[in-house]
Write a protein that binds this ligand. Structure first.
Ligand code: MF3
Ligand code: CO
Length: 255
């Protein structure tokens, strides 16, 4: 069941989202060679609390961190660790959720730390971000979820990369995960109609090679089966007056 939100609810989600937008602006300063992913997670957690929110992931299905930090061949759900030290050229995907007054925001960014190893890594990050942009642009009243899905898949595959099948975008609101599912692959004109008051987390997960995944023995970390690199971008959006409003960027949402 898709839960449409009233404007006052979308405004609360915008408060949760704005914190993520601000966080992702300042995170690059913290992503330096030699820093552990545990230290980054601690910084993120403090930032969230300082801004009057609570980390959405902590305690979610037994997850014990405030962020997921996934490096290179890790796609999503990487566990922050004191033993994981960031190196120059690493592709670092950071996924964070916040809760304000019972309403959730969910967003992710991928950064290349220091000097990129090659153009293909830069292209991967660029294309994944562009795919998110395409998905957002297609989330308008009159279209269907399948149009959003297809636009993401099409942009990724046109550029020679692949989209993960086993994990998908989702509705978000009073819970981190609500209906509908928003796959990063699909057929135009299919799936739920986009409606005013829908709140969605769009999140392309893109692989340089094959889309097949494996899960590490920690029970969380999702990696590419072929060992090639992956990237992940995510924004929470709300459909208002027929158009997508991006809640997890400092520009684009409510002021
Ligand atoms: N951000 C993920 C999503 O978009 C959820 C992370 S799982 C958690 O669905 F356990 F870390 F919370
Ligand atoms: Co999400």
């Amino acid at each position: 069941m898709i839960i449409l939100k009233r404007l006052y609810e979308i405004k609360k989600m915008a408060l949760a989202g704005r914190i993520l937008g601000e966080l992702f602006e300042i995170l690059p300063d913290r992503l330096k060679e030699g820093v552990s992913t545990f230290e980054i997670d601690k910084f993120i957690e403090e930032f969230i609390f300082k801004n009057g929110a609570r980390p959405a992931f902590k305690g979610y299905e037994g997850y014990s961190f405030s962020s997921c930090i996934s490096i290179n061949n890790e796609i999503i759900h990487g566990l922050p660790s004191k033993n994981k030290i960031i190196k120059s050229g690493d592709i670092v995907s950071i996924d964070v959720g916040t809760v304000v007054d019972g309403y959730y925001g969910d967003a992710a960014r991928t950064y290349i730390v220091g000097t990129p190893k090659n153009f293909l890594d830069e292209k991967l990050v660029e294309v994944t971000f562009e795919a998110l942009e395409m998905g957002i642009k297609n989330a308008v009243v009159g279209k269907n979820i399948g149009d959003v899905s297809y636009s993401i898949q099409n942009h990724v595959e046109t550029n020679g990369f692949s989209v993960v099948r086993d994990f998908v975008g989702h509705g978000v609101g009073r819970k981190l995960h609500e209906d509908p599912q928003v796959p990063n692959y699909g057929t135009p004109g299919t799936g739920a109609k986009i409606m005013n008051g829908m709140t969605l987390a769009l999140e392309p997960m893109v692989c340089q090679g094959d889309w097949r995944i494996d899960i590490l023995s920690d029970g969380w970390t999702v990696v590419t089966l072929d060992g090639k690199n992956a990237a992940h971008f995510e924004d929470t959006i709300a459909i208002v007056d027929g158009q997508p409003l991006i809640l997890t960027r400092i520009e684009g949402g409510f002021s």
